[in-house]
Design a protein around this ligand. Structure first.
Ligand SMILES: Cc1cc2nc3c(=O)[nH]c(=O)nc-3n(C[C@H](O)[C@H](O)[C@H](O)COP(=O)(O)OP(=O)(O)OC[C@H]3O[C@@H](n4cnc5c(N)ncnc54)[C@H](O)[C@@H]3O)c2cc1C
Length: 467
């Protein structure tokens, strides 16, 4: 059902002219979606400037049974911000709520509004001599409300955990319009259910996060970054164990990439340069942060060379060199996108099973569609593999994309067979909602439905996503 004109007028009145967009041309960018797989429509994008405005919007939507799609930076990978095609839902975009409310260095916390861009939070922490470790390639445009709602991972999970682990308190507008002020900066609070964790990773299906209190950490005194050439993922993993032991567990990133991925970043992203003269099958972008990080990394690499786990390695001699190495890793998604048709996955298996998962998935994909190119890259230290596929030749892109359901089924079946998950860090959104039903035990699905029904009985919060 289209939204009644009277409802639209009431919603616009809450935010005023600065906070309402109803011109279709101006709305268009808010409808775009990273993978280009889905497109919906809406008559209205709301851009509230305060928690009170969000609450007033949600109260009207609850009363009129109007669907709400919460939105931050719109960088999500699973269609979580896609609207229904019938124009029956509004977008609530929190970008204007981008104030840093407080920074408490002694408590090592920062209180931020949901629309703060992740890179701005990192910068505010750094200005106070602290570290906010959540880091991902979209950090210049994704926002903390979106990061928390997707329980984002990124490149530092190995040492610091995912978004969930940084949250001490939340402020949330509930689906009936009430505000839950849970903005506590406590590291210990055993007074019942940990409610904030319900909203983290909920992809906007249980309420709108409007602010958060986040943990900060000391800035590492010494950071060593290296690109390491390895014979295979098993060797790269064995080396991780060596570096972790030598550095007293100070490895912050252990990202891996196959040669074909490196080829694509060199070909499709200007400015990237191969740090090695020779070609190697696998590469690890490693970062160790803490006192004596460089010494621990150097000693481990020497041991790795002797053990055959390392073929070659470069340790960055400056921040500029480190940034150039990181760029190779961070531009990998873009490099594959520019190459043309691709099928992406975001699986995780126990870290120890990554090599066997890759070997099995490679075999099965090649049997199903010979010549398919695999770019298995990502967060090796977390067991999180972006097991992506490209056609043998872009000329056969249409047939390749038509085979998507069968190829994805192979990858997801293999991940689950090896004790893993079909979504490690991107969430379910629209893209993996139905696929999740195939793999998640019925008891877990029933518990999720019970929680959804208890908090959002009218089903107005991000309808059709996740469940
Ligand atoms: C180049 C690139 C690299 C990426 N790398 C990573 C990576 O390494 N690790 C990773 O985990 N992800 C990664 N992502 C995915 C994406 O950046 C993250 O999912 C990010 O956390 C989403 O933040 P956002 O503000 O863009 O959220 P959006 O895309 O706007 O929204 C994502 C979901 O959260 C909901 N939502 C947004 N804001 C709120 C709110 N305030 N309250 C309630 N619900 C809300 C939306 O409804 C939607 O379901 C990458 C994306 C890109 C484009």
């Amino acid at each position: 059902m289209p939204i009644a004109a009277a409802t639209l007028a009431r919603l616009k009145a809450v935010v005023g002219t600065r906070g309402a967009i109803d011109d279709p041309a101006a709305i268009a960018p808010y409808l775009e979606e990273q993978r280009g797989l889905f497109r919906g429509t809406t008559p209205l994008v709301l851009r509230p400037s305060s928690t009170a405005e969000v609450a007033a919007i949600v109260a009207i939507c609850a009363e009129t049974r109007t669907g709400i799609v919460p939105q931050g930076g719109n960088t999500g990978m699973v269609g979580g911000t896609v609207l229904a095609a019938d124009g029956s839902q509004v977008i609530v975009n929190v970008s204007r709520m981008n104030r840093i409310r407080a920074l408490d260095p002694a408590n090592n916390t920062i209180a931020v509004e949901a629309g703060c861009v992740l890179a701005d939070i990192q910068a505010a922490a750094a200005a106070a001599g602290r570290l906010f470790p959540l880091s991902l390639a979209a950090e210049g445009s994704c926002q903390i409300g979106g990061n928390l709602s997707t329980n984002a991972g990124g490149t530092n999970v190995l040492r610091y955990g995912n978004a969930r682990s940084f949250v001490l308190g939340l402020e949330v507008v509930l689906p009936d319009g009430r505000i839950w002020d849970g903005l506590r900066g406590l590291r210990k609070d055993n007074t019942g259910y940990d409610l904030k964790q319900l909203f983290i990773g909920a992809e906007g299906t249980l309420g709108i996060i409007t602010a958060a209190v986040l943990k900060l950490f000391p800035q590492p005194t010494d950071v060593a970054t290296a690109m390491i050439a390895a014979p295979d993922p098993a060797a790269a993993l064995a080396l991780l164990g060596t570096v972790q032991a030598a550095s007293s567990d100070q490895v912050t990133a252990w990202e891996f990439m196959p040669r074909y991925g490196i080829d694509l970043t060199l070909k499709n992203v200007p400015g990237n340069a191969d740090p090695f003269a020779d070609r190697h099958p696998w590469y690890v972008l490693a970062e160790v942060a803490g006192a004596a990080a460089r010494g621990a990394l150097e000693a481990s690499l020497e041991r790795g060379l002797a053990a055959g786990q390392v073929r070659d390695a470069v340790i960055a001699a400056s921040d500029t060199q480190a940034a150039a190495l990181w760029r190779m890793r961070e531009t990998m998604p873009e490099a594959q996108k520019r190459e043309g048709a691709g099928i992406r996955h975001d699986i995780a298996v126990p870290v120890s099973r990554v090599p066997d998962f890759i070997a099995a998935a490679d075999r099965r994909i090649d049997a199903a569609r010979p010549g398919t190119l695999v770019i298995a890259y990502g967060h090796l230290g977390d067991g999180n593999v972006h097991y992506n596929l490209s056609p043998a030749a872009q000329a056969e892109a249409a047939a390749f994309l038509a085979a998507r359901p069968a190829l994805t089924r192979i990858v997801h079946d293999a991940a689950v067979e090896f004790g893993g998950t079909i979504s490690a860090e991107h969430g379910l959104g629209l893209l993996k909602r139905d696929e999740n039903r195939r793999y998640k035990p019925e008891v877990e699905l029933a518990l999720m439905r019970t929680i959804k029904a208890a908090l959002d009985p009218a089903g107005i919060m991000n309808p059709g996503k996740m469940l």
